[in-house]
Design a protein around this ligand. Structure first.
Ligand code: AMP
Length: 297
């Protein structure tokens, strides 16, 4: 009996590294009548990234994923050098979700000598990540605007995992009249609740177990709110307790905020976001959770 032929793997997307190649490919896709979707990433792809590529694929005829570890969003003491770079497996992953093009520019092409213009991020960048990582959102806004200008995408896809980043980009697009629509897709989690992140691979086995407490704490806060707790400070305290039980003691922030402005909310009268950034060993992890308002309670 002859064996059924195994299905051939999906073709790897075309890899380009220069602005000219990217622009030409996008022009051709447009001429063929395709809407262009953009998925900006720093690589080391996981299911969270791939969910964005799939969302783009389902909405747009031509999907461009970008892979660029952007130096301007890392402070000198941060993990730019050790950030995982896994281009070959990233290409295979993107093939599996049928991305059309991968743009992986070289640093010197994105920031040639003399390049010195930076985007001043909007007000929503001020607190939280903005305070803990000075200059981070300036680097993010600058590189994202450059990618928008290069790809001329109709739609760009971001993850809720980086909630403040998505808010910064939405506001930047509005303020600077960028003709790209922004979609924010849900956070993809491991089965035990840990938000997927390229940085999770830094965690050793013990830290990986500890890290589960982050989403557990967020869910606990949601349950407290569902049970009627209205004081943000009580939610924050209980999150700190859950983290402490898991030996997570280095906490950059735990905040209950307005979903739009990201300003702190002392009392829950409508939907809020809980934002969290902690260190597990030497790894900084962020997560967030939306708590819906309890109408009529
Ligand atoms: P990064 O490579 O970390 O810059 O992330 C690239 C994009 O993937 C950003 O829009 C992130 O918000 C998004 N992303 C990262 N992790 C996740 C996740 N677990 N679920 C959904 N989106 C994610």
């Amino acid at each position: 009996m002859s064996e059924a032929p195994s299905p051939s793997p999906p073709p790897t997307p075309r890899l380009v590294t220069t602005a000219a190649e990217l622009r030409a490919a996008v022009r051709a896709a447009r001429a063929a009548g395709c809407a262009v979707g953009l998925v900006p990433t720093m690589g080391a792809l996981h299911e969270g990234h791939l969910s964005l590529a799939r969302a783009s694929r389902s909405e747009c005829g031509f999907t461009v994923a970008t892979i660029f570890v952007n130096p301007t969003q890392f402070a000198p003491h941060e993990d730019f050098e050790k950030y995982p770079r896994t281009l070959q497996t990233d290409l295979e992953s993107l093939a599996s979700c049928r991305a059309d093009l991968v743009f992986a520019p070289r640093r010197e092409d994105m920031y040639p000598a003399g390049c010195s213009t930076l985007v001043e991020p909007p007000q929503v960048a001020r607190r939280w990540e903005g305070e803990c990582r000075p200059g981070h959102f300036r680097g993010v806004a600058t590189v994202v605007l450059k990618l928008f200008n290069l790809a001329q995408a109709d739609v760009a896809f971001f993850g809720q995992k980086d909630y403040q980043q998505a808010a910064v980009i939405r506001r930047m697009v509005q303020d600077l009249d960028v003709p790209t629509e922004i979609r924010v897709c849900p956070t993809v989690r491991e089965p035990d609740g840990l938000a997927m992140s390229s940085r999770n691979r830094y965690l050793n086995a013990v830290e990986r177990q500890q890290a589960v407490a982050i989403s557990r704490a967020l869910r606990w806060a949601e349950q407290m709110a569902a049970d009627g707790e209205r004081q943000a400070v009580k939610l924050v305290d209980s999150i700190h307790r859950v983290l402490a039980q898991a030996q997570i003691h280095r906490i950059d922030y735990v905040a209950v905020v307005d979903p739009e402005t990201l300003e702190p909310i002392p009392e829950l009268t409508g939907p809020v976001m809980v934002l969290i950034a902690v260190w597990v060993g030497g790894t900084r992890l962020i997560d967030n959770w939306r708590i819906e308002g309890m109408a009529g309670r």
